[in-house]
Design a protein around this ligand. Structure first.
Ligand SMILES: [Zn+2]
Length: 316
């Protein structure tokens, strides 16, 4: 808990945040969707190509050739044209939440820490190889390599009488507007609450509401630094509830929120197929990194144990 408080403080002072989905209060909210129906028949094929096991070097979901992983740690393994954040805040955010950017196995990570508009998101998503499947009653769209490995994981899980299903309709791909909507779903009720409590004037709240979602972020962090929190239950930072606009890993189509995240066997199967947890506070959230677990450190990621789970964060 202390670690989380420290993290909150760090991010308050950083005034901005890049991270994953956080479309719900992960630790407190029960699964919105508990659909346990079988996955699409198209996924029930084979798990012989698992990242951890396969010797075939031609397909995207195998253990990566060593040449794909460069010496030099995290920074050396970022995409070639990656725009390094030059400010301390951006660098801090990359350090805390940037595992996604060294994804391999056919994944295409974004080249920037934050998408600033719908146009930027659309340009990125339009350039991807994508795949759409019906899984657990929901349409799931991911980068093709991420989907292939997810299907392999689902097939392997099924052999062990386990399910891997999305939590809801927004568990995979999102657009910029979606991240704005989710952000507003915390900010607006929070402002109303704190005005009601007399901690904030209506004029101050109105001023924040009038800002662009992007410009609201530092203002909300400023309020949180004085004890006015904006998570769904208003007890903790908004960052443990939702991602600021343009920062969700779901925009990259390399993330999935999984209903069965509490089951360690499910987490093990996902990890075997390149899906890992990369955001400490976001329990249902998995990120496709496209390598075997024993290759993660070579990509410059470090394991952080929290609450009995392993999370992989950039080692910077
Ligand atoms: Zn997520």
């Amino acid at each position: 808990m202390q670690n989380k408080q420290n993290l909150i403080i760090v991010i308050f002072f950083g005034c901005f945040i890049f991270t994953a989905c956080w479309s719900s209060d992960s630790k407190n909210k029960p699964d919105r969707t508990n659909n346990k129906s079988s996955p699409s028949p198209t996924v029930a094929e084979t798990n012989k190509n698992s990242i951890a096991n396969s010797k075939n070097s031609e397909t995207s979901n195998n253990q990566m050739p060593v040449t794909e992983i460069k010496n030099g740690g995290f920074t050396a393994n970022l995409p070639g044209e990656f725009v390094q954040p030059t400010d301390a805040v951006g660098q801090k955010l990359l350090k805390e939440y940037g595992a996604l950017f060294v994804a391999r196995g056919g994944a295409t990570p974004p080249k920037t820490v934050i998408f600033k508009s719908e146009a930027e998101v659309a340009a990125f998503q339009n350039g991807l190889q994508k795949s759409k499947e019906s899984i657990g009653g929901f349409n799931v769209e991911l980068q093709a390599a991420a989907m292939k490995n997810l299907q392999d994981a689902i097939a392997e899980a099924k052999q062990n009488n386990l399910n891997i299903t999305p939590r809801g309709a927004d568990s995979a791909k999102r657009d910029y507007a979606g991240t704005v909507e989710i952000w507003a779903s915390r900010v607006n009720p929070g402002l109303t609450h704190w005005v009601g409590k007399g901690k904030l004037t209506e004029a101050e709240a109105a001023k924040i509401r009038a800002l662009s979602p992007f410009a609201q972020v530092p203002e909300i962090f400023k309020l949180e630094s004085s004890g006015m929190f904006f998570s769904k239950d208003l007890s903790k930072s908004i960052i443990f509830s939702v991602a600021p606009p343009g920062t969700s890993q779901h925009l990259s189509m390399l993330a999935l929120d999984v209903s069965e995240h509490d089951n360690s066997k499910v987490r093990d199967v996902l990890a075997k197929h390149g899906w890992f947890q990369t955001v400490v506070s976001d329990l249902p959230h998995f990120t496709f990194l496209g390598v075997a677990e024993n290759q993660l450190s070579g990509l410059g990621l470090k394991k952080v144990n929290d609450g009995g789970r392993a999370f992989w964060l950039p080692s910077l």
